[in-house]
Design a protein around this ligand. Structure first.
Ligand code: TGC
Ligand code: FAD
Length: 394
């Protein structure tokens, strides 16, 4: 007997292979049993538990699409399903994982030498080495092409570069072992890997405290004053912004999935609350049409967002996903998740203000997901350029 399933309104399970369903179930069990019980305290204390990366590593969740080097080698839809489950708990946990997996491991896989891959990827896959991705600077966020961080050749030591400049709003930076830094060498953007354990001077990574969103992840700056980096830690072939942007394609794709996980959790929480909370003659809030409409709007956007993510994931597996497609799902899913989460928050009345109900945490987090990896209006301009052929950035 077919029946409408409010948790999967458009029957997306039918589009998934058996192994994808199994991977999603494993990720869900881990996230609900191990991350959910921690998140309230972590969010209150603004604390990121470093062990989470090792737990994820044990389960094969880190760098999951990479083939070899101790990684699981799963498809892009399976990887999206993992991301969705992590962000169902909290965007901050997904952030820590995305930076490790999509940005740093993905960047090394795409641009690194064979020696760099062997040196870093197996330990990163186990969560033993933690990475961060340094692109944004205090004066250049949406426009990283104007970055001021520079690399120059050491005046006396052969095969050594000196990195100077500052990066800000960098997820994982205060605790990262491997810092992927994008800097200009002879005027061209190049990628360098700083190994914290090898640095003798000139590097500091202060945490940025008192955030009002993403409090369960750790964020900081990267301050560099002639930090020595050996030549073997330079990406040898990639030059220009396509270096960092190709890493961002993978991370933006993951965020599109993750935002749907957060929205689905908001729907679940708001639905339960609306059935339990009674106002006016003992009626549950769920009986009122305005409440129902909020739930319907959110469910529809979550279901459509999921379908779009699956489609782009299938194309990605075939090497046919274009950056513009990823911009479209990143922008749409983050925007719709934020708008709907904000509307669902109203269902909780005054209780929405309490940490215990979880909805305010998602709303605050979803503002950040709409902002990082290209703020939504920036993705509008990327898509506007693709549609009209005219660029409107400046
Ligand atoms: P533009 O002229 O458009 O492009 C410069 C070069 O880059 C190439 N390119 C891409 N390559 C691969 N994938 C993409 N998505 C690419 N987009 C551009 C392009 O082909 C060109 O190559 P070439 O060979 O001709 O040099 O560059 P622009 O300076 O005009 O860029 C404008 C714009 C808006 C597209 C870009 O700057 C942008 O996307 N800004 C947003 C910045 C951003 O997303 N920052 C993210 C920082 S990392 C982060 O937020 C991590 S949060 C992680 C977490 O905690 O989860
Ligand atoms: P700005 O570039 O100053 O933009 C401000 C506003 O102006 C935005 O709304 C933007 O859309 C708009 N705007 C800018 N230019 C235009 C234009 N031409 N036309 C119309 N509107 C425009 N970065 C990293 O490199 N690594 C990380 O790990 C990382 N993690 C982060 C974690 C957190 C918690 C946060 C908050 C940010 C993180 N970021 C990271 C930085 C993030 O990518 C940037 O904040 C983002 O790219 C926006 O840059 P900005 O903050 O400088 O804003």
């Amino acid at each position: 007997q077919l029946a409408f399933d409010w948790e999967d309104p458009l029957g997306t399970m039918d589009l998934l292979a058996e192994d994808e369903i199994a991977i999603s179930a494993t990720a869900r069990a881990y996230c609900q049993e191990n991350l959910l019980p921690r998140v309230l305290q972590a969010y209150r204390d603004e604390n990121y538990d470093r062990e989470i990366q090792e737990e994820m590593g044990e389960l094969g969740l880190l760098g999951a699409t990479i083939k070899g080097y101790g990684c699981a080698g799963v498809g892009n839809v399976a990887s999206g399903l993992i991301t969705r489950e992590v962000e169902r708990v909290d965007s901050g946990y997904r952030s820590g994982m995305s930076v490790q997996s999509a940005l740093v491991m993905g960047g090394i896989e795409e641009h690194g030498t064979e020696e760099q891959k062997e040196r870093f990827l197996p330990k990163m896959a186990k969560g033993k080495l933690l990475g961060c991705f340094g692109l944004t600077e205090p004066n250049h966020g949406s426009d990283p092409g104007s970055m001021e961080t520079v690399a120059r050749r050491h005046p006396t030591k052969q095969g050594v570069f000196l990195l100077s400049g500052s990066k800000t709003w960098i997820t994982n930076s205060p605790i990262a072992d491997v810092l992927m830094i994008w800097a200009k060498l002879d005027g061209k953007v190049r990628g360098f890997l700083i190994e914290r354990g090898e640095v003798r001077s000139g590097l500091s990574t202060p945490a940025i405290k008192n955030k009002n969103g993403l409090r369960a992840s750790i964020t900081g700056m990267i301050l560099m004053d002639d930090v020595e980096v050996p030549e073997e830690n330079l990406f040898p072939s990639v030059e220009g912004l396509k270096g960092p942007f190709s890493c961002l394609n993978n991370a933006r794709y993951g965020i599109a999935w993750g935002a749907m996980g957060a929205l689905e959790d908001c729907i679940d929480r708001a639905r339960t609350y609306s059935l339990e909370r009674k106002q006016f003659k003992g009626n549950p809030l769920a009986k009122y049409q305005l409440i129902q409409k909020k739930l319907v709007d959110a469910s529809t956007d979550a279901a459509f967002g999921l379908l779009a993510s699956i489609q782009v994931g299938r194309l990605k597996d075939k090497g046919m996903a274009l950056p513009e497609m990823i911009s479209m799902i990143k922008r749409q899913n983050c925007d719709r998740a934020l708008v709907n989460a904000r509307a669902l928050q109203e269902i909780f009345g005054g209780n929405a203000v309490s940490y215990e109900y979880g909805i305010g945490r998602h709303v605050a987090n979803l503002f950040v997901t709409q902002t990082y990896e290209g703020q939504s209006d920036i993705h509008s301009l990327i898509l506007g350029r693709a549609i009209t052929g005219v660029q409107a950035f400046c």
